[in-house]
Design a protein around this ligand. Sequence first.
Ligand SMILES: Nc1ncnc2c1ncn2[C@@H]1O[C@H](COP(=O)(O)OP(=O)(O)O)[C@@H](O)[C@H]1O
Ligand SMILES: [Mg+2]
Length: 245
Amino acid sequence: MLEVTNINKFYGGVRAVENVSLEVKKGKIIGLIGTNGAGKTTLFNVISGFDKSDNGIVNLSGKDITKLTPSNIAELGLIRTFQTATGFPRLTVLENLLVFSSKNNFNFFNNFLIKQDNSHDLIETAENVLKNFGLLEKKNQWVGDLSAPELKILEFARAIMGDPLIMLLDEPAAGVNPALLENLMSIITELNKNGVTFLIVDHNLRFICEITDYIYVMNDGKLIAEGTPDTIINNELVIQTYIGK
Ligand SMILES: Nc1ncnc2c1ncn2[C@@H]1O[C@H](COP(=O)(O)OP(=O)(O)O)[C@@H](O)[C@H]1O
Ligand SMILES: [Mg+2]
């Protein structure tokens, strides 16, 4: 579904990503791990169109998306979340989901004003998503008043509203407490059963090993290992460069 071939990205003299190729097959949950500065977020930026690679190709469902804008890529069903979640602080939790709907926003707001059925569907969908994420009770709170972990969860919930085929999650478990983490894992599993493919960056190895089918490991811009969770946690090179640190 997603094929990344020979991506290179330099920032001045810094080689953030060096000749990285990876593949995410439809229906899979794939992990991407590596120490801070390994180039994981840069790779996500390149795949999702937020940054341009120096060379290399990104293919989504057989289509070359290397030069497309983030919004064009999102329309094709690839939606990413950010390591540092933000949201619109002066909109409510519910409103934050509604503005991220894949439906045409202008139509939505018009419909909302004249209360057509469509808008009710959308609100119902958003409320349902919030319920699944445990945020329904906070639907009328300002996003600016949420805690950092709640913001992280909201970021994921918002991304669902874009109707993704494939999601790139950048450290979804960072700062999320154990109870919320269980919830996060069941949401990912449930979405995956419903056809959503995932590429997930996270430092929580228990989380990554439990939910992924296959893991890529980056270090210093390069891919240093790949394999099933079992082989990765027993890989000497991975233990030395990542787990051992
Ligand atoms: N916009 C940027 N300008 C300059 N250097 C950057 C920029 N973004 C990332 N880098 C550098 O690229 C390398 C990879 O960073 P990053 O992709 O954020 O790694 P990771 O997400 O694996 O922690 C780091 O050395 C970082 O300092
Ligand atoms: Mg990062």
